[in-house]
Design a protein around this ligand. Structure first.
Ligand SMILES: [Zn+2]
Length: 341
């Protein structure tokens, strides 16, 4: 067959024209709103669901149900029972919302940057540079879910009212769920501070480990985590020091991952800094622990909570003592020296 070659310049013009025609935010928002309405109607009235809602859901791969009916309870994907209540996640609905939002963001990115702030008085004639690529995450935040199962967390992450998500969720059996593209902003870190960063969601990938907040982590789970971390480090060039816990970012609000998390194992593989043998370490007499915590990255506005988070992470001890012991000061000093270069 004879190939028809289209000059790259014509393709570029065609793609650009398509992109600029789109009105992403309003149209996709409208589609999601419409779907929500149909879903609400169907949930309220059972068999009286709108034809559009019925046909949309009939087409879905997993046959998701809109309320936990007997039929739905037979569905091993959409409905899961927990000890507290019947939880269900509608993967078809969630995927539809995900794809619609992702497309809207893609459309926004493809538009002329002059749309970023139309109130600016731009020079005439848009000129787009030819040299750019996607922004990349530079941190990894590790969490535990504080929930009872992967399904419970999938339920939480697919309810819009919770307003929380993460890029990855790793089960106790080592299963890896990838919920948000690494280039997009998941809602996982929340308010906090590390160094001078105040919007961690914009520069990090969040990884949730299925864990009730107290239990040890399974070997399979940690092995899968290491595989994910290796992939992220390789693809995005994330520095060793920038693999931290949610508790490090937000010591006042968070304690995850819990005291059982094997930070030393991660550090040995290049994910997160660690300290060396402190046996012969002499801490200088003028060593300032508070400044050292700050240099490492911690927010020291509530020093007591920061000390508790530091101890949990780097000493593997859960304690409410807000003062560092001499042995813990040695650990801090060793660690601090790694941040001075
Ligand atoms: Zn967390």
């Amino acid at each position: 067959m004879k190939k028809i070659l289209i000059p790259a310049s014509i393709l570029f013009i065609a793609i650009s024209a398509c992109s600029r025609k789109s009105v992403p935010s309003s149209s996709s928002k409208g589609r999601i709103e419409q779907l929500k309405k149909e879903r609400e109607l169907a949930t309220q009235s059972g068999d009286n669901a709108t034809p559009a809602a019925k046909s949309k859901h009939k087409k879905s791969k997993h046959q998701p149900s809109l309320s936990p009916t007997n039929e739905a309870l037979n569905n091993d994907v959409a409905i899961k029972k927990t000890r507290d209540s019947t939880l269900y996640f509608d993967s078809a609905y969630a995927n539809y919302v995900y794809e619609t939002l992702a497309q809207a963001y893609a459309d926004t990115i493809a538009m002329s940057p002059e749309n970023n702030d139309p109130s600016l008085d731009y020079a005439k004639g848009f000129v787009g540079t030819t040299n750019f690529n996607m922004r990349k995450p530079n941190f990894v935040i590790i969490h535990h879910t504080s929930q009872n199962s992967v399904d419970e967390t999938l339920h939480t992450f697919t309810l819009e009212r919770t307003g929380v998500s993460a890029h990855y969720l790793i089960g106790k059996d080592g299963s890896i769920h990838h919920l948000v593209n690494d280039y997009l902003r998941a809602w996982q870190a929340g308010a906090g501070k590390w160094g001078n960063i105040t919007d961690m969601n914009s520069c990090s990938v969040g990884i949730e480990l299925d864990n009730d907040g107290y239990a040890p982590f399974t070997d399979k789970q940690i092995n899968s985590l290491l595989v994910v971390l290796e992939s992220l480090k390789k693809r995005f060039g994330i520095p060793q020091a920038n693999f931290i816990g949610h508790e490090d970012w937000a010591p006042v609000r968070k304690n995850d991952p819990n005291v059982n998390f094997p930070w030393a194992i991660l550090a040995a593989k290049g994910f997160g800094n660690w300290w060396s043998d402190t046996t012969n370490v002499q801490v200088p007499i003028d060593f300032n622990s508070t400044q050292a915590l700050r240099i490492i990255g911690y927010d020291i506005r509530d020093l007591g909570r920061t000390v508790i988070a530091f101890r949990r992470h780097f000493c593997g001890v859960e304690s409410t003592d807000t003062a560092l012991s001499p042995a813990e000061v040695k650990v801090l000093y060793c660690l601090y020296t790694k941040y001075m270069y």
